[in-house]
Design a protein around this ligand. Structure first.
Ligand SMILES: O=C(O)CCC(=O)C(=O)O
Length: 263
């Protein structure tokens, strides 16, 4: 394990780089307030918002069906507040710099990540085992991932990275469960870096950098989004496609609508 405080990873060399305080507090607070409101709770702006999010989400989970809870998570993920975080000017300029391109895009949707034992819905842990994001995206090997904690990442809730693992290209991985997990032995040559993160910080990493999270007792919430270089020849060859797609979900139709559409 690398010394957490004395090591400053560099994106090109290590495939991961941290930036402190690049997301305005206001944006994070607005997103957290929205989550509390979506859970049907009143926001108390005089108190810390993150514990209120935890309480509101946990109550929602316990007083609604699992599918209603998952629908709420989808609604949160689709919030304009999430998009606002992902297009913060400071985030965009760092992404342009790290991708070495002024022409960048966000081809896929943001993802919402929750860990914390009391939010686990089945035997399947909410934590992510070691994996690369590339197999789930299949865009370009330059794809840049940005992970933004909304709370609970000051210690164990933060991601761990295998420093420099992006330089190995695509690593053997198992079948997809939640992610395409990588066996420890495939990445044992790389040092593990784990750095706690404050709200407002963001970590940028290559989609080939192996990373993981821990199944902590404490609640942790984060969002992630991806940037592509529109001038990347490799992505052009794939006709600017991505594997992370939105499909038309027929279950979303009401009974009446199903009668109208027949199929
Ligand atoms: O936040 C987590 O627990 C996992 C995040 C992750 O693996 C990712 O952003 O690819």
């Amino acid at each position: 394990m690398l010394n957490e405080t004395n090591y400053f990873p560099d994106y090109a060399r290590d495939g991961v780089q941290y930036f402190e305080g690049i997301i305005p507090d206001r944006l994070i607070s607005e997103l957290l307030s929205e989550i509390i409101a979506l859970c049907g709770r009143k926001v108390d702006l005089s108190k810390n918002l993150f514990p209120q999010v935890e309480g509101a989400l946990f109550d929602y989970l316990n007083s609604n069906s699992k599918s209603d809870y998952l629908a709420l998570l989808r609604a949160i993920k689709a919030s304009v507040r999430v998009k606002q975080v992902s297009i913060t000017p400071s985030v965009i300029s760092k992404a342009q710099k790290l991708l070495n391109s002024h022409h960048i895009s966000q081809r896929s949707d943001p993802v919402l990540h929750i860990t914390g034992k009391k939010f686990q819905l089945s035997d399947l842990s909410l934590a992510a085992p070691w994996h690369q994001d590339w197999p789930a995206l299949r865009t370009s090997t330059h794809t840049l991932v940005v992970w933004v904690p909304l709370g609970g990442a000051r210690d164990k809730g933060a991601l761990s990275f295998k420093v420099g693992s992006h330089q190995n290209g695509i690593i053997n991985s198992g079948d997809v469960q939640t992610v395409y997990s990588i066996d420890d032995k495939e990445i044992s040559d790389f040092n593990t870096l784990h750095q706690g993160m404050l709200e407002g910080d963001a970590v940028f990493f290559n989609s080939l950098t192996a990373h993981s999270s821990q199944n902590t007792d404490e609640f942790r919430m984060a969002i992630s989004f991806r940037f592509e270089d529109l001038t990347c020849p490799e992505w052009r060859k794939r006709q600017f496609t991505t594997s992370q797609s939105i499909v038309i979900d027929k279950r979303a139709l009401t009974g009446e609508e199903k009668d109208i559409f027949h199929k």
